[in-house]
Design a protein around this ligand. Structure first.
Ligand code: 3PG
Ligand code: MG
Length: 412
């Protein structure tokens, strides 16, 4: 059943406690380098304000591990949000306590307040499994969550990037708000629609592209996708583990030797299940990993002293061909060291092929920090169907996991 959204409830005159994922990248001067996650939450925020509610936003930023560390303050985000909304955003310099309570009580319809980083309190990240086993942890997590829960008349989850976490503000807070509306925002709705439709209701042919450094991070994704897709294109350093599993040498390339048997298992599983696992035919190799390093193309064993840094030209042609005519595409992870030109050629070729397939009617969903940066860097953001705001969350979604914090929210 579908989840209720902000559009389904009355927020007029109410204090709406909304969890967002404003975990944005900052440079050394604490300037926000991508405001994508803030922009993505604006439709929900604006709707609540327009409908006469006031908004109390909670988020984490980075991993301050329960300590108040100024470099993880959400203050720059409050400023950015104010600019984007062209409106004063009240910033509370903690997320719980007397001052926050007073500030929340004083809010009027149309007001908006951002609370300081919830991860400045270690209770936020107490794992629910641990809290179940240890009464002291349970109490600590509950006491923290209760103070947040008491701030709102309504709970909204628009923090897609954090939906794979059972953090207090994601799970314990809505669980405590019994008898109150607990709904998703438009961003979570959109993410669930694109990722959910792609995985559960795909138009065929369905092609998945997986890259990035480690096969160990994506084992479950590969296993789950195999049941759904026609073909999986494998690039990036994770391909070298498969390469070795096929009996080739990989020189000094990144390779997870502990996962070679697993790679063999996956290849056998794909063959049995009728899913085509497409591995690189050739690789760009270098002796020194640096921009514009002298490179060679290798379509065989990678010699000692050499590192694979990108898929080779034959592989690019093959991957582009596999994407022609695709009707559903999901992509997570770059094909090579794309931040180091010219070893971005494979990622570029794949990105362009995904954009082309989208233009011809495919639904394309891009997840994961690096493939998203690649698409943006290439100026192709508008030529794909959906760019997920979730890295870990979109991967876990592709693993077929259920998100505990969404399960407890109201159904239509
Ligand atoms: C993310 O960027 O992955 C989310 O904001 C979640 O953050 P986390 O991985 O530190 O829990
Ligand atoms: Mg993460």
């Amino acid at each position: 059943m579908a989840k209720k959204t902000v559009a389904d409830i009355d927020v007029n005159g109410k204090k709406v406690l909304m969890r967002v994922d404003f975990n944005v990248p900052l440079d050394e001067n604490r300037n926000i380098t991508s405001d994508a996650r803030i922009v993505a939450a604006l439709p929900t925020i604006k709707t609540i304000l327009d409908k006469g509610g006031c908004v109390i936003l909670m988020s984490h930023l980075g991993r301050p591990d329960g300590e108040r560390k100024p470099e993880f303050s959400l203050a720059p985000v409050a400023k950015k949000l104010g600019e984007l909304l062209n409106k004063n955003v009240i910033f509370a310099n903690d997320c719980i306590g007397q001052e926050v309570k007073q500030k929340a009580a004083a809010l009027r319809p149309g007001d908006i307040m951002l609370l300081e980083n919830v991860r400045f309190h270690k209770e936020e990240e107490i794992k629910d499994k641990k809290a179940v086993e240890d009464p002291k942890l349970r109490k600590a997590k509950d006491d923290f969550a209760r103070q947040l829960a008491e701030l709102g008349d309504v709970y909204v989850d628009d923090a897609f990037g954090t939906t794979h976490r059972d953090n207090a503000s994601m799970y314990t807070v809505p669980e405590m708000m019994k008898g109150k509306d607990k709904v998703i925002g438009f961003l979570v709705e959109k993410e669930l629609k694109f990722l959910g439709d792609a995985l559960n209701n795909p138009k065929k042919p369905f092609v998945a592209i997986l890259g990035g450094a480690k096969i160990s991070d994506k084992l479950k994704v590969i296993e789950n996708l195999m049941k759904k897709v026609d073909c999986i294109l494998i690039g990036g350093a994770m391909a070298y583990t498969f390469f070795k599993a096929q009996g080739y040498t990989v020189g000094d390339s990144l390779c997870e030797n502990d996962f070679i048997d697993k790679a063999k298992e996956l290849m056998a599983l794909a063959q049995k299940g009728g899913c085509e696992l497409v591995l690189p035919l050739d690789n760009v190799i270098v002796q020194k990993i640096e921009a514009n390093a002298a490179s060679q193309i290798s379509d065989d064993n990678i010699p000692a002293g050499w590192h694979g840094v990108d898929i080779g030209p034959e592989t690019m042609t093959l991957f582009v061909k596999k994407l022609e005519g695709a009707k559903t595409v999901v992509w997570n992870g770059p094909m090579g060291i794309f931040e180091m030109p010219p070893f971005d050629a494979g990622t570029k070729a794949v990105a362009q092929a995904v954009a082309k397939a989208t233009g011809a009617g495919a639904v394309s969903v891009i997840g994961g920090g690096d493939s998203v940066s690649a698409i943006k860097k290439l100026g192709l953001s508008k030529r794909v169907s959906h760019i997920s705001t979730g890295g870990g969350a979109s991967l876990e979604f592709m693993e077929g996991r259920k998100f505990k914090c969404l399960e407890i929210l109201d159904e239509k």
